[in-house]
Design a protein around this ligand. Structure first.
Ligand code: AMP
Length: 379
């Protein structure tokens, strides 16, 4: 069976690597001629809005999935007229617009930070009156890794923003003083079967994920249950098929939903070595109509993102149960070029292994030290 994937970055690359042992073949479509999947699979270079190219791409495919959540919904709907598309295009529609996303959480009874829609400077004033300060103003669409966001702490910040008010639909959220950021990866098969990975703690620097700890330290059963209940409601409401990531804030021992990603997710990379079935294999099993694999952890794992630079591999791989993944991308500042997974039998052994990593990883931005845990990037 040949599976078409929209987007040819590292997520697509790792999907293909997980799919080859199952005898799946892949064809990718990406607007960039540099997309890393070109090394391992046939790749069509075309815009997502080039319908003629999409039709040619879809020819002979068993199904289409995506690794990039900003694929235009219309392109996904167009393809769905020729070939099954999973996750369904309505999942893209919900995830691409923060207002749709939060309205969905609300409708499903999933707790979330208070929010208000903002389309003008006057609407910002009434949203601030309703929610109070501080708040986080975000563009409804196309924000990623913290881009397209403004923290408003005072009347001065508001006055400053109004001088060059963004001409795009916005949403204001109440600023949440969370203890930490978590995510859950959930997967649903074509038959409606579901499975959940353990909650993971995510630490960011400069708006980019740097470290994921799986499971999240001191994870309790009720917290995991809360996350699974929220994820299950979203999966069912969207008639979802494939892997879904739900990003959450932990606040006073409970969870608030921040956003969803309708695809495999950076905070699930640890599962390649750290779970019985990786998120990539489970996504493929789900979309292909195969039984899902077990999501149990194999010990404790940490995933460290490599941003714009790579370490010397020999010294790193000398640390037991440490695994290096490089995506074949040119090194550029701010770009995710690879990741490292460190696995251990216990949380204590994992801390020790992390402390044994080469000096390259002991810099503050890798967030290994517990002192740098949690806290909004804005604090
Ligand atoms: P997002 O693009 O929504 O994932 O936001 C990027 C980052 O900004 C998050 O990972 C948080 O660290 C921070 N952030 C987003 N929304 C809020 C909020 N309502 N309160 C506090 N921090 C936030």
């Amino acid at each position: 069976m040949t599976i078409g994937i929209l987007g040819g970055g590292q997520l697509g690359y790792m999907l293909a690597l997980a799919g080859y042992p199952l005898d799946f073949h892949f064809r990718f479509l990406d607007p960039s001629p540099e997309a890393p999947v070109g090394r391992i699979a046939p790749r069509v270079t075309a815009d997502y809005t080039d319908y003629e190219a999409l039709d040619k791409f879809a020819h002979g495919l068993a199904l289409v999935t995506y690794e990039f959540e900003n694929v235009p919904v219309e392109a996904a709907r167009h393809l769905a007229g020729h070939v099954p598309v999973y996750p369904p295009p309505q999942a893209l529609e919900a995830a691409q617009d923060r207002l749709n996303e939060k309205t969905l959480f609300e409708k499903l009874g999933i707790p979330l930070p208070e929010f208000a829609s903002v389309n003008s400077a006057a609407e910002l004033d009434s949203a601030v009156r309703k929610l109070g300060l501080p708040g986080v103003l975000k563009t409804r669409r196309l924000g990623y890794d913290g881009k397209g966001q403004w923290v408003l702490r005072s009347e001065n910040d508001i006055a400053e923003l109004k001088r060059d008010f963004p001409s795009t639909p916005l949403i204001l959220e109440k600023f949440v003083r969370f203890t930490r950021e978590l995510s859950i990866l959930a997967v649903r098969g074509r038959s409606g079967e579901t499975a959940f990975y353990p909650l993971v703690e995510n630490r960011h620097r400069g708006g980019i994920l740097r470290l994921s700890l799986a499971p999240a330290p001191q994870l309790s059963r009720p917290l995991q249950q809360e996350a699974e209940n929220a994820a299950r409601r979203i999966l069912e409401a969207l008639d979802y098929v494939g892997v879904l990531a739900v990003e959450l804030f932990e606040c006073d021992g409970h969870l608030l939903a921040n956003e969803i990603a309708p695809r495999v997710h950076n905070s699930g990379h640890w599962s390649i070595e750290g779970a019985v079935t990786s998120q990539f294999e489970n996504h493929l099993r789900g979309v292909a109509g195969l039984p899902l694999g077990k999501t149990q952890m194999l010990g404790h794992s940490a995933m460290l993102n490599l941003i714009g630079e790579v370490p010397e591999p020999g010294e790193l791989l000398a640390v037991p149960d440490t695994h290096l993944h490089l995506y074949g991308k040119a090194l550029r500042a701010g770009r995710k070029v690879g990741h490292v997974t460190v696995r251990a039998e216990s949380a204590e052994q994992l801390s020790f292994r992390l402390s044994e990593l080469p000096a390259f990883f002991q810099r503050e931005e890798f967030c290994i030290s517990p002192r740098v845990a949690g806290a909004s990037k804005y604090l």
